[in-house]
Design a protein around this ligand. Structure first.
Ligand code: C5P
Length: 307
């Protein structure tokens, strides 16, 4: 039986600039995306004839609500990937079992659902090749399919460091940072919905200026320089919806992190640390205080097959 496993990374937006709402319901963004080595894992295997797509979810190091919140029906992005990719490859959608191993918080602003979709694109591309002899799509082709399903999925396919424009799906890969990064991720007890954060942004901010992100990335030669450029245009909106995040940011910076920001649409707080040891220490302190915290770092590759 063919069994294929693939993984894909979480993301943090090092810089996130958001333009005005457009008539298509989306905002143009200008973002510096960094992939983190916190990876979702997807396994695709065959299932009994006529059973369609079955989805099973397990958590790895996450509170149980993150597993409970993941839909196991056709609304899950991994099911949408199976349908769309089957269509593109010219095959009937096969009877398959999809096992999701979740490590990225749900509705946390770290592209957890998008990473599932990215890993599924890579896994199913290979599964269909092995089972049905379809020609494997290239990474660039998989990124085009990704863009049809969501704004962050293409970056989870690509990984590493990239500038994202359009809805965030038009990506220009850039050279990796010349140093490793170490982060503490403080996870809130509730999630935030991305559309509600964008709606709050429209009300409060409406639009932010776009800067030259290749120049910004080029100026980041040390972790301290990175700390000084971290910014998130959606942060005021996320803080308005969850005011308690403001004191969490202060608390984490008070523990010595170089800089803490809301990750993407939040509510995860991503705090850049000066070393791995410091990140582990701060996460330990937060966990002792009852705040669920993880550590993660870069560099991290995009979606890939696992042996
Ligand atoms: O593309 P994705 O499904 O991740 O987007 C979820 C929602 O977030 C969109 O329906 C839209 O309301 C909002 N969004 C946006 N501008 C973007 C990306 C997402 O307004 N660039």
């Amino acid at each position: 039986m063919t069994v294929i496993t693939a993984t894909a990374p979480a993301k943090v937006n090092l810089v996130f600039e958001v333009g005005p709402l457009k008539s298509n319901g989306y905002h143009d963004v200008n973002s510096l995306f960094l992939a983190l080595d916190l990876r979702e894992e997807i396994t695709v295997s065959g299932a009994l004839a006529g059973t369609g797509i079955s989805i099973f979810v397990k958590g790895d190091g996450l509170p149980s609500r993150h597993v409970a919140a993941v839909p196991t029906d056709s609304s899950n992005l991994v099911a949408k990937v199976a349908l769309l990719l089957s269509q593109k490859l010219g095959i009937e959608t096969p009877d398959i079992q999809i096992d999701i191993l979740k490590r990225i918080p749900v509705a946390g602003g770290m592209a957890g659902g998008s990473a599932d979709a990215a890993a599924m694109l890579v896994a199913f591309n290979e599964y269909a090749h092995r089972e049905f002899g379809t020609t494997r799509l290239s990474t660039a082709e998989l990124m085009d399919v990704a863009a049809e399903l969501g704004s962050d999925i293409s970056f989870c396919v690509l990984g590493q460091l990239a500038i994202g424009t359009g809805r965030g799906e038009q990506l220009q890969p850039i050279n990796s940072l010349p140093f490793e990064t170490h982060w503490v991720l403080a996870i809130s007890p509730q999630g935030l919905s991305t559309p509600s954060v964008y709606a709050k942004f429209d009300e409060l901010v409406a639009s932010s200026e776009f800067s030259d992100l290749s120049q910004v990335a080029g100026s980041v030669t040390s972790v301290e320089a990175l700390a000084s450029v971290l910014s998130n245009g959606l942060q005021p909106a996320a803080l308005a919806l969850m005011p308690q995040l403001e004191s969490l940011i202060e608390e984490i910076e008070g523990l010595g992190a170089l800089k803490a920001i809301v990750s993407g649409s939040g509510p995860t707080i991503a705090a850049l640390c000066s070393s791995k040891d410091q990140a582990i220490e701060i996460a330990k302190t937060l966990n002792e205080r009852g705040i669920f915290a993880l550590t993660a770092g870069s560099p991290a590759l995009g979606a890939k097959l696992e042996a």
